[in-house]
Design a binder for this molecule. Structure first.
Ligand SMILES: [Zn+2]
Length: 411
């Protein structure tokens, strides 16, 4: 009798994929990293490469995650703002919600899109913005989430806010921020854009002279004196829930609002891991602990690990290599020691590549490994972009992975 595996641990390492780095002597951070546990899983399973969304499209974090969870991202309307709100426990309805980032602007030019990855003082900045700013026709709530990240929720009784307005984040430094503009011609769109621009102008004034920022400047740190907005949306996309599609119960273990929001939307339970900050210093042991605390209660676990992506955005190959080593030593070592591979399927991949040389997401395929249960191993004995090219899984489409994994669980 063939008994199939009972559990799935699906790990997505944000921005893991990369290219050869000069400072790593022509190796990718994943190749250069010492990662005995990931290599063990690769050696005892199958590997391949994944085009997360489409070979021609660099995935965003949201399109990458939706695609890896089996959804056709070209068919659903994804707005990041409402998803991040859901991730921090706010149920979006008719409010207009943006994702926001504290940025540094000087002489009208963006110097840093993440205000030096500010951590301390963000709650004081949040408080001041919420208490000191009043807009003509619109109310708002600004919520800082993790580090430079946040959301802005706009609502109004005076007119119907529209989600058809543009981002103000140009996605680059050395240029001025954009104005929020109507994307279609309509009175509500014009009024919405006007209110958003009013908010940005007023918040800049408050932030620029806030004591938190004056103190940062005095210390030579980048001041968080501007809010860049993107991903405007009203309400959530309608999707079929994973437990309904696959008849399995899912648990999400993630520190970041976006991934938590998407997980909630697709019907997963979401664990609040207090130690997981969703940042480079994220507590990997806390995530492993949460996995084992809930192991008996769920069939499938979706675990999102940040850190590698940030290092890629910062163009820091050595740091990215070190982060991969940390993830291996603090997280995958725990899986290695505590999980019965005969009964559990493990899959490790990425939502997109963030090559250090580009400092942004790319359309490069990303490595994947699957092992456990009845999965036969192939010839490949380590986990890297190059070794996965020769793996027996070949080249997969991101949205096909979950189906493949579910077959191993006897769906
Ligand atoms: Zn990224």
């Amino acid at each position: 009798v063939v008994t199939l595996a009972e559990k799935l641990i699906f790990v997505v390492i944000d921005g893991l994929g990369d290219r050869r780095c000069r400072s790593l002597f022509g190796k990718t951070p994943l190749e250069a990293a010492t990662k005995p546990f990931l290599d063990f899983f690769a050696k005892n399973g199958k590997v391949g490469l994944v085009d997360v969304v489409d070979p021609s499209i660099p995935p965003t974090s949201e399109s990458g995650i939706f695609s890896l969870l089996g959804y056709d991202v070209l068919k659903i309307k994804i707005a990041r703002g409402p998803l991040e709100a859901l991730g921090i426990g706010i149920q979006p309805s008719d409010e207009l919600i943006f994702r926001s980032d504290f940025a540094t602007i000087r002489d009208g030019i963006i110097v840093d899109r993440r205000a030096g990855r500010i951590k301390e003082g963000v709650k004081e900045l949040e408080k001041e913005i919420n208490e000191k700013i009043f807009l003509d026709d619109v109310n708002f709530i600004f919520k800082s989430t993790i580090a430079h990240r946040g959301i802005v929720i706009f609502y109004s009784d005076k007119f119907e806010l529209s989600e058809y307005v543009s981002d103000t984040d140009p996605g680059a430094t050395g240029v001025p921020p954009k104005l929020c503009k109507p994307l279609i011609i309509g009175e509500n769109e014009v009024r919405t854009a006007k209110a958003v621009n009013e908010f940005i102008r007023k918040s800049h004034l408050i932030l620029n002279f806030h004591k938190v920022n004056l103190a940062r400047k005095a210390k030579g740190l980048l001041e968080a004196n501007y809010l860049l907005l993107r991903g405007a949306g009203i309400g959530l996309p309608k999707v079929r829930k994973l437990p309904e599609i696959y008849k399995k119960f899912w648990n999400c273990i993630s520190g970041s609002p976006l991934e938590k929001g998407i997980s909630r939307l697709v019907g997963m339970n979401v664990v609040d891991v207090p130690e997981a900050t969703g940042d480079i210093d994220t507590d990997l042991k806390g995530k492993a602990k949460a996995l084992f605390d809930f192991f008996e209660d769920y069939d499938c676990f979706f675990i999102h690990i940040k850190g590698a992506d940030e290092a890629g955005h910062d163009g820091n190959c050595e740091l990215k290599k070190e982060i991969i080593e940390k993830i291996d030593g603090e997280f995958f070592s725990e899986i290695f020691s505590n999980v019965n591979l005969r009964k559990t399927i493990i899959c490790v991949t990425a939502d997109h590549a963030t090559p250090c040389e580009l400092m942004k997401h790319s359309n490069d395929p990303v490595p994947i490994l699957i092992c456990g249960g009845k999965i036969k191993k192939d010839e490949i004995d380590n986990f890297s972009e190059r070794s996965c090219m020769k793996g027996s899984l070949g080249r997969l489409k991101g949205s096909s992975i979950l189906e493949l994994l579910m077959r191993e669980l006897g769906k």
